[in-house]
Design a protein. Structure first.
Length: 82
């Protein structure tokens, strides 16, 4: 008896890669669900705040529309908290 194998089109991890412009965040949303993608976005945003904006003077933070206390509060939050 012959058997039929259906191969459905899907994207592999190697096909997505970093060429899509989103990299790990897009792959996490596709393969592991929405929450992991949201968490990765929060982690990268807070890392950017901590490494790039926090060492800058208050005038740079004011240009970005932020206050130092608000940035410190945001950086201190765990990634699962919005």
């Amino acid at each position: 008896m012959p058997s039929v194998i259906y191969i459905f089109p899907h994207q592999t991890i190697s096909a997505q890669g970093r060429a899509s412009g989103h990299g790990l965040h897009r792959m996490a949303r596709v393969w592991l669900g929405m929450w992991l993608g949201v968490w990765l976005d929060r982690i990268s945003y807070r890392r950017m705040l901590r490494k790039e904006l926090l060492p800058q003077p208050d005038s740079v933070l004011a240009d970005a529309g932020l206050e130092r206390a608000a940035v410190l509060l945001e950086v201190s939050k765990p990634f699962w908290r919005a």
